[in-house]
Design a protein around this ligand. Sequence first.
Ligand code: SF4
Ligand code: SF4
Length: 386
Amino acid sequence: MKEKIIEAKMEIEKNYPILKACRFCPMCRHLCTSGLLTNHESDFPRGRALIIYNIYKGEKYNEDYVNSIYNCTLCGSCRAGCEGNFNLPLLIKSAKQDIVNEGMEPEIARKMRQSIIENDNSFFIEKEKSFSNTLEFKNFVKNSKSENLYLMGQDINFINHEIAEAVIKIFTALKLNFTLLNEETHCGKVLSLLGYEEDAKKKAKILYEKILNSGCKRLIISDPLTFDCVKNDYPEWGLNLGSEMEIMHISQFLNEQINKKALTFKKSDKITMLADSEYLAKMNNIFDEPRNVINTVTGSKLVEPLLNKKEALATGEAAFIHNGEIFKFTEKLGEKICREARRINVQAVVTLSAIAKRNLKLCETQNIKTDNIEVMEISEFVAKYL
Ligand code: SF4
Ligand code: SF4
């Protein structure tokens, strides 16, 4: 038993400087997505760091401690607003690994893990229901090598097929030589964010080999979590796609095509706001490309929320669990962004992920006082005005 505790402490020990900095620090409290949702001290950065400090000093995880760690939406707002550049989400991820090593993770995390391992999604949807399995999809899978490979990510592959259809429409309009994976498997990111690092690496290896076998030179990815995983986690996991391979988020690809003047649009006259993606903006510094896409399609009708880039509200891309159940505040997260959109009188909100689109759908239904706000993922937005 003693050995187990020492082992469980090991991952957080690797991040001791973060623990030391965060345990008494209140400076990013006002940015914390989970804390602002519940107002519980244990859901704010300092509360979490203090819990991890208690574990470091020899206390054992209990249900409340585990919930505090798993309630973190891993949105990166604390890190983005930290003057000392301390990576608190990394410490929280290491605490999750320790919790998993002790077998104390929430039951729902175990079920999500199983669902990803068996069906390549964390939503408990059968593999056969993926977009990868539709005839429409298979028509675009080429046997011969293709320069461009498109990856959807689990949200689009299993829930929001319409986003993949929009991307295919854009590629077709561009006469782009592209292909799709016959069966797109999970990149491993959600497993890693739930604390299952070894499972994540195993899942990642399967997708990595499929990407290599496709012979592509460029990967174009819709889902921000998948993009972040392939771009940043794969090299750390020893899965190097080579310096020759270009990895782009779809918004970067669209921006490139616009700069080349390869796309022309029927202009949208709607005042439009961008809902930034935490895994693109805060983790990968992708701010300008989606803005340029929106400004081009709307003829410079992009308006910015009053919050600055660091303070941008999280869309909930990595919010999976709350108090041992499936995360239930998705509507609240969406509503916060919608309120901001209403405040600056926008008519459309463009998102950079399927999950953000789902969470923001409330803008279309709850906007009682003004005209409805249209919510679209960026590929749908571009495809609509082609
Ligand atoms: S991330 Fe930075 S600002 Fe936030 S608690 Fe830690 S040291 Fe303080
Ligand atoms: S990652 Fe987000 S939810 Fe987690 S502690 Fe930081 S700000 Fe709070």
